[in-house]
Design a protein around this ligand. Structure first.
Ligand SMILES: [Zn+2]
Length: 252
């Protein structure tokens, strides 16, 4: 087929897509070409809690007992990246919850499933592959690089993934997600933990759950009640004393 015919075909397909976009019958359709697709503003990380990438691919593409679920991407332990839903579409990975002012997280986010059972350390090729994908997503969609969160951050009462094994500090050192700087001062005596959790982004309708999720992410090995180190970390996050996001990402 000639290049000209291919161009015509592509134009026809594109216009067919445009005509299929839902319109509101309450209004007269006067189309404008001056638009593009919606942009995600958040990345939510999950673990699959399953024993193989193939099993997870099946779960994410079919109905199952807990209802239909999906994610935009799945990364296998060998680093292979699978895409299941286009970046511009709304995958069903986040469910109820919130992060900061974002209530409908599925509408605002890219979901990435990581092939991990929640107990074993994350495979090195998987982490390296994730860093490549995050670089692409943050660059292409101009997602604020600190807006890479875990499922447990936005749904602390329901979820614990990506879990205690996930290397959040390493991610932050590459410029993604929040992590406190070392050596920041202790929290003041009148420090308000709940207010700080809210400022960072955690939903605080269930304070105990939000506190647990914060502890799991930033001090996975700690036990007992929140201590001075937890309060120092939370104070640093609230004040923005975090490992800097990638400078090249910030200026865009
Ligand atoms: Zn999840």
């Amino acid at each position: 087929m000639s290049r000209f015919l291919l161009t015509i075909l592509a134009a026809l397909l594109l216009s067919a897509c445009a005509h299929n976009a839902p319109r509101n019958p309450l209004a007269t359709w006067v189309p404008s070409p001056n638009h593009d697709v919606r942009r995600p503003v958040l990345v939510v990380l999950h673990y699959t809690e399953q024993d193989s990438a193939q099993r997870s691919l099946d779960t994410l593409r079919t109905g199952n007992s807990g209802g239909r679920v999906s994610a935009h991407y799945l990364i296998g332990q060998d680093g292979t990246r699978y895409q299941l839903v286009s970046d511009v579409h709304r995958a069903w990975h986040a469910g109820a919850g919130s992060w900061g002012a974002i209530g409908d997280v599925n509408s605002a986010s890219i979901g990435i499933e990581l092939d991990n059972d929640g107990r074993a350390p994350f495979a090195e090729p998987l982490v390296e592959s994730l860093l490549v994908l995050l670089d692409d997503l943050v660059t292409r969609w101009r997602i604020p690089p600190e807006n890479v969160i875990g499922h447990s951050d936005m749904a602390p009462a329901r979820k614990i993934d990506p879990g205690v094994q996930f290397p959040w500090r390493r991610l932050a050192e590459h410029g993604y997600g929040l992590w406190p700087q070392d050596g920041t001062p202790p929290a003041p005596a009148d420090f308000d933990v709940v207010q700080a959790l809210r400022v960072v982004g955690y939903p605080v309708d269930d304070v105990a759950a939000a506190t647990r999720a914060f502890r799991m992410r930033f001090r996975a090995q700690a036990s007992g009640d929140l201590d001075d180190e937890d309060r120092r970390i939370l104070y640093a996050l609230q004040r923005g004393w975090t490992i800097p996001a990638r400078p090249e990402a910030r200026v865009r």
